[in-house]
Design a protein around this ligand. Structure first.
Ligand SMILES: [Zn+2]
Length: 157
């Protein structure tokens, strides 16, 4: 990365960077982060539509927080699996990984089948199971319909 790129979005001394966000998803991730107590008043920088070798265009978020809570990461893995999570300390990336789709989803997404019982029974919390280790398809435990991960409707906390 050259220094000009650093000027586009300021470096952070320590915190979390969510990188390789497909362009257009950044605002949704910001909304998700801000809906969590504890992150709602965190300093967050959102950058949109950067050039990316990998994606063409990408969004990026920088969050001043020691870490992202597990539940936030679980939510993010539904909304934006494939993004890169980097931990920054002392202006340097200390660790990074690609966020993988979850194996199970419970209570974090809604079934988009309008007739699904999980949308009508208050006690029925929608549950989905991944069809295979490398699959992005999920089966609803109630109506048994299969959906692509990005079709599922995120439930904000
Ligand atoms: Zn369903």
């Amino acid at each position: 990365m050259n220094s000009e790129r650093h000027l586009l979005i300021p470096k952070i001394e320590s915190g979390i960077v969510i990188d390789h966000v497909p362009a257009g998803l950044g605002a949704g991730i910001l909304e998700l982060l801000r809906s969590y107590a504890g992150l709602d008043d965190a300093q967050i920088t959102l950058g949109l539509n950067y050039d990316s070798n990998k994606l063409g265009r990408k969004d990026m978020l920088k969050i001043i927080a020691p870490e992202l809570p597990k539940k936030v990461l679980a939510h993010l893995s539904i909304l934006a699996s494939g993004v890169t999570i980097k931990r920054v300390d002392n202006y340097r990336v200390q660790g990074k990984y690609s966020l993988q789709p979850p194996d199970h989803i419970e209570g974090l997404a809604r079934c988009i089948n309008p007739n699904c019982i999980s949308n009508h029974e208050r006690q029925a919390s929608a549950r989905f199971t991944r069809l295979g280790e490398t699959s992005h398809k999920f089966r609803c435990a109630y109506c048994e319909r299969v959906f692509e991960l990005d079709e599922l409707d995120i439930v904000l906390p």
